[in-house]
Ligand binder design. Sequence first.
Ligand SMILES: [Mn+2]
Length: 334
Amino acid sequence: MWRKWRKKKIVESKKISEELDGAKTVAIAGHVRPDGDCVGSCMAMMGYLKDNFKQLAEVDVYLEEIPDCFHILRGVDQINHSCEEEKTYDLFIALDCADKARLGGAVKYFDSAAHTLCYDHHISNPGFADKNYIYPDSSSTAEVIYHVMEDDKITKETAEALYTGLVHDTGIFQYSCTRPETLEIAANLLRKGIDGNYISDTTFSEKTYVQNQILGRALLESILVLDKTCIVSGVRQKDMGFYGVKATDLDGIVSQLRLTKGVETAIFLHELAPLTYKVSLRSKSYVDVSVIAAAFGGGGHVRAAGCTMHGTFHDVVNSLTEKIEIQMKEKAGA
Ligand SMILES: [Mn+2]
């Protein structure tokens, strides 16, 4: 079933107005540890539905705690961070979520909803909803859902949320997932009168003092392996305690590592617990890190992916570099 949906071109996906199908109550949720695309897409969808479909009695968003920088977006104060309440919805919309388990606590509303929809751009998404619109070539879920909205019904506030999603998943339109369509959408959103620079600076570029400190520490302690084509660094729990940083303060470190000249792949390990690491992987031009992350139970995109691994720092790095080396040898032999 999902394959049929997946094959559809984005221009052929129905507008969201046609998907509501008499629904009166809608729940929207993204993935655990929400990022800019996840928060932006959820806020944009909520805003668009509330602004244009007065017949909807309830439009509720469920997300875990969000980073402070996203508090500039309209509607974030209405996000439900708890999934305690027993409610059933006519329609559940999953956004930017590659698998059902990553919905976190909101999965119970997904399971009990009369109908479910999924909009996403993760290549690893198996299509877990009744209807799935998954476009791995899209830069972001914000890009996917822009196409199911009517441009003239997008308010300035919804445009700000969509733009945030684009900015975060493209690294301010720098990553290779940025395509002509992405910039066309960004242009349309800027025409709504939004302040694109302000959104990029406050939600993406700016770092707190401790974020810069931990970034500096990670860069200082990085090592080059695989004939200097792979850069590796990590942050241990005791370092996080020393600098007083949270997990979200580590966002962006792996991207900075990736920018090292001569490097194809960047590996960043965040120690979650003794012998347990959250692994972030990035590549520049040919290593498919989504395959490597998937081999260790994770997922993501061709140039950006992640997983959780167990073992010592060196064991984890060795397991990862072994897989990277296989791909590099294949490339060299090709
Ligand atoms: Mn995304």
